[in-house]
Structure formats: C-alpha cells, structure tokens
Design a protein around this ligand. Structure first.
Ligand code: SF4
Length: 317
C-alpha cells in the first residue's frame, strides 16, 4: 500500500466487505520516507483506520534493478520484477500472521508494462501466491481468485475498472470522502530521471548497496579521482539525514560552525580528506575567504574553498 489512490480504494473495497486488512508498505532504498512528517502510506492508513506494516526495500530489490528479468520502465524502474518481489514479501508476512490472501491496487491496462493482462498474470504466477492475489479494482475482468472462489470475498462487490483514465477512481474517492492520496508511483525514485542517472553512475562504480541508494536522493554528489564519493548537504533536513545514514566507512565533515553543510566522504580515506574539506568550504557561507576551519572526523583542519570550475568538474549530475 503506497498510499496512492488505487491502493486506498482497494483497501476500502475490502473493508466494505468487513474484511480485516493490514496495509503493507515498503520503505527505504528507492522508496524513501519523507524527510519530515508522516509518509503517504501512514496518512492513508490513518484515514482508513487500518494497521500499517512497514517492510524494508532490501538488497534483493536493489540487485534486481541491475538485471531485471522482465525489463524496465522509462527510467530505472523494473516494475514487474519489483511487483513480484513486493507481493512475495507481503504474502510471506501475511502467511506468518494468518492472512488468507493478498490484494493490490493494480488496475488492468493502467500502465504499459506492469499492468497489462500479461503483466498482472506474470506477477500472480511468479509471486508464489498460488491464486491468492486479488486486484479488487479490476477483479471482474480477471479470472476468479481463490478467496473469491472460497467465498471470502464477494466478487459481485468488486470492480471492473481498466485503462489509464482515472475518472472512476476519482468518483469513488468522492463517494468515500477520500481526500488524502498521492500520485501513482509518486514515491518511487527509480522513475525519476535525475535519480536514475545518479544510480547508473553509482552502479558503474560498483556501489550497489541499499545504503548508497538511500543516500543518492540527498545533497550534491561528487566523484573524486580516487573513486570516492562526497555528498554535500543542501539544508538542515538533508544534513540531519546524512548524519543519520552515514555508512560505517564514511568520514563526516562538519561545516556547521562556518556555517556550512554536513558532508560525507565515502570511503573516508585520509588521502581525500583535504579535497572533501575544500568542497565543504566551497558550499559554506565562507566560500569567498582564503581558508576556513572545518571539522573532519572530529578533528579541526583548515581548507581553502574548491574553485567553482573544479567542483563543477567533479559533480555527478
Ligand atoms: S514504480 Fe518503483 S516501486 Fe513501483 S513497482 Fe515500479 S519500481 Fe517498484
């Protein structure tokens, strides 16, 4: 449950049949939590009055971006592979907690790749749900699933929505008084062109762990000659998040006394300390001074601001 309108309506249709529903939301990696406040899924679950379970985007999700079995969408998004894994994980969690089936907000024909009839059937087959994957919004256009055949869900109450036009979903939203919902796939960074470029560059440098993917959405990124990465926070929220997510091998460069950004040098090799410190000064309030002091790994060092040409050269776009 992303908190997008389709997932909210799918839950609503089941709640109307007095079925107990748990929302499963995937968090981390390319589905980040907002820097402040509640996620879309948390808000939606609150409105629906259901419990929300957050499962992590883990390494297996990241690995399949590099070599998706069923191809990618317009950017780096391997939607069919991703759906298969999400449904698989949701069903594993559900089975451990006594669930009888999994439901998604997928709509037949809404997206070119993952929501064609073939795409929906593939996800149903490869997710290991064995006929227990229900799409309440399009169910009447698809083969009856096990929960329908077993009478756990009344097929007559389910819908036959298809296509890209979302008129019927908006009508239902009005009917149910649903006001809080995001755009479809709005939370997925893989569909964002700039993020996808950064991710490709990271993969080219064999950086493919979940933490790196999480860091790619924050700050300005620089690639040093040595192959190390420097991330420069752009505001307080990003600085705090960089400190929270700093990997073990990172060196923290704290320019807060300049005032200036928090930067991460990854990996934190001594040979790159000065250059990273210069980048920190370059993006601080003292960028026009000859030298300024910054804290590198808890130790104070003096560094000259890096020239704008040099920082532009090292920047990852
Ligand atoms: S849009 Fe992103 S999160 Fe959604 S299925 Fe595609 S890759 Fe996965």
């Amino acid at each position: 449950m992303s908190g997008g309108l389709d997932s909210v309506l799918a839950v609503r249709l089941l709640l109307d049949q007095h079925i107990e529903v748990f929302g499963i939301n995937f968090i981390g990696g390319y589905c980040p939590r907002p820097l402040a406040g509640q996620s879309r899924a948390q808000k939606a679950a609150g409105q629906l009055g259901i419990e929300l379970v957050e499962l992590p985007i883990d390494q297996q999700f990241i690995d399949q971006i590099r070599a998706p079995r069923y191809g990618r969408g317009r950017n780096m998004n391997p939607c069919i592979d991703c759906h298969i894994l999400m449904v698989k994980r949701a069903w594993n969690w559900g089975r451990e907690h006594g669930a009888r089936f999994v439901a998604t907000g997928e709509v037949l024909g809404q997206r070119p790749m993952s929501q064609t009839k073939q795409g929906l059937m593939l996800v149903a087959k490869r997710s290991g749900t064995q006929g227990r994957l229900l799409r309440p919004l399009s169910a009447r256009l698809l083969e009856p699933t096990v929960p329908e055949k077993q009478g756990l869900v009344d097929r007559g109450w389910l819908l036959d929505i298809q296509g890209r036009n979302r008129k019927r979903q908006f009508e239902l939203a009005r009917k149910y008084g649903i006001t809080e919902y995001g755009t479809p796939a709005g939370g997925c960074l893989l569909t964002d062109k700039n993020f996808a470029q950064r991710l490709k560059e990271a993969f080219d440098h064999r950086e493919q762990d979940v933490r790196t993917v999480e860091l790619l959405r924050l700050g300005r990124h620089f690639r040093l000659e040595s192959g190390a990465r420097v991330i420069v926070g752009r505001n307080k929220e990003e600085n705090d998040e960089l400190l929270r997510l700093a990997p073990e091998d990172a060196l923290v460069i704290d320019g807060s006394r300049l005032p200036g950004p928090v930067c991460l040098l990854i990996p934190g090799r001594d040979a790159d300390r000065e250059l990273a410190a210069s980048l920190c000064v370059r993006y601080s309030d003292r960028k026009h001074e000859e030298k300024a002091k910054v804290e590198v790994g808890g130790e104070e060092i003096e560094a000259a601001p890096l020239s704008s040409e040099e920082s532009a050269r090292l920047m990852v776009h």
